[in-house]
Design a protein around this ligand. Structure first.
Ligand code: GDP
Length: 295
C-alpha cells in the first residue's frame, strides 16, 4: 500500500523524478545538465540545492547517480522528527498567514498529541476570523479535546489568557493555540503576537512554549518570504509544511532549512485530522525521487 506521503508527493515526484529519468542511461552533457537544472528549479528546490545536485550528478555520471543524489538530499535536511510526550506542560503556538492551514494544523496537532495519550486544550485565538473559531469547535469535538474560545471578544490575547488559565486549571499537558494570521505585513498583527508571548512569559511561566509556523507548500518561494517575515518577530522552532498533496513544489523543504534553518516537523498531506505526518527525511527524499515507498 502506498503511504499518504508518497501519494501526496506524486506531483512533485513527476517533476523531479522525470527530470532525472530523462538523463538515465545517457551521457551527461552540459546541455543535459542545463535541462536538469531548469526542471529541478521549477520544483522549488532552490538554487543552492540544485547546484549541489548537479555537482553530485557530474561526479557520479557513470554510476547510478540517483541513489547518490538521494543520499546527498537527505544530508541537506533536518533530522527525522518524532513527536514525543511533553514532560512539562507545553504551549504550541501555531502561527502563519491566513489560508496556509493554521486552523487545520492546530486540530491535526491536537489529534497527534491526544493519540500519544496527552491531555490537550485548544485555544481559538484567531479572533479576526469567525469561521476559524467555528471550524476549531468542530475539530475540537472530533478530537475530543478541551476547546477555549470567546466570540464576544476581538482580542486574541484575552482569549489566550482565558485559555491558559483554563488549561492550567485542567492540568493540560499540551495547549495548542490557533493564533491570528491576518497579513504578516500588518504591524498590528505582529504587535498582537508579541503581546501574546508577553502574557505567556509574564503570567504563565509554568508552561514551556514553542512556535510552529504553517507554510503552504503550494506557495513555493513565497512561503519562504512569509516565514522570513514572521521569523523577525517570533522565534520559530519548527514548520508545518501544509498542502503538500496537490502541489509540485515539494522541493521547498530544502530552501526552508538551508536559508532559514527552520526544521520541518510535520507535513500536511490532506484536509482530514489524520492527514499529518511527522517529517522523515529519508521517506521524503524517497517520495520525491520515486526510490521506494517506506510504508
Ligand atoms: P488558516 O486560515 O491558516 O487557518 O487555514 P485553514 O486551516 O482554514 O485552511 C485553509 C484551507 O486549506 C482549508 O480548506 C483546509 O482544508 C485546507 N488545508 C489545510 N491543510 C491542508 C493540507 O495539508 N492539504 C490540503 N489539501 N488542504 C489543506
Amino acid at each position: 500500500m502506498l503511504s499518504k506521503l508518497f501519494k501526496a508527493l506524486s506531483r512533485s515526484r513527476s517533476t523531479i523524478a522525470d527530470a532525472f529519468k530523462s538523463l538515465a542511461g545517457k551521457r551527461v552533457t552540459p546541455e543535459s545538465l542545463e535541462t536538469l537544472e531548469e526542471q529541478l528549479l521549477s520544483a522549488d528546490l532552490g538554487f543552492k540545492t540544485v547546484e549541489s545536485i548537479l555537482d553530485v550528478v557530474e561526479h557520479h555520471s557513470k554510476s547510478n547517480f540517483i541513489e547518490k543524489v538521494g543520499e546527498h538530499l537527505v544530508s541537506l535536511l533536518p533530522e527525522k522528527f518524532s513527536p514525543e510526550i511533553f514532560k512539562k506542560p507545553t504551549i504550541l503556538m501555531v502561527v502563519g498567514v491566513n489560508g496556509t492551514g493554521k486552523t487545520t494544523s492546530a486540530a491535526k496537532l491536537a489529534h497527534v498529541y491526544k493519540k500519544l495519550g496527552q491531555t490537550v486544550t485548544m485555544i481559538a485565538a484567531d479572533t479576526y476570523r469567525a469561521a476559524a473559531v467555528e471550524q476549531l469547535k468542530i475539530w475540537g469535538n472530533r478530537v475530543g479535546c478541551h476547546l477555549v474560545c470567546n466570540e464576544q471578544t476581538a482580542e486574541p490575547t484575552a482569549v489566550l489568557f482565558d485559555g491558559l488559565a483554563s488549561a492550567k486549571a485542567n492540568q493540560s499537558d499540551v495547549v495548542i493555540v490557533d493564533t491570528a494570521g491576518r497579513l504578516h505585513t500588518y504591524t498590528n498583527l505582529m504587535s498582537e503576537l508579541a503581546k501574546m508571548y508577553r502574557v505567556i512569559e509574564n503570567r504563565f511561566q509554568e508552561f514551556e512554549y514553542r512556535s510552529l509556523i504553517t507554510m503552504d507548500a503550494s506557495l513555493g518561494q513565497n512561503s519562504i518570504i512569509q516565514a522570513k517575515e514572521f521569523g523577525k518577530h517570533v522565534k520559530l522552532e519548527g514548520a508545518i509544511l501544509t498542502k503538500l498533496d496537490g502541489t509540485a513544489r515539494g522541493g521547498i523543504v530544502f530552501p526552508l532549512y538551508q536559508e532559514l534553518q527552520i526544521p520541518v516537523e510535520f507535513i500536511g498531506v490532506g484536509e482530514d485530522l489524520s492527514d499529518i505526518d511527522p517529517f522523515d527525511p529519508e521517506e521524503y527524499v524517497s517520495g520525491l525521487l520515486g526510490l521506494k515507498d517506506h510504508d
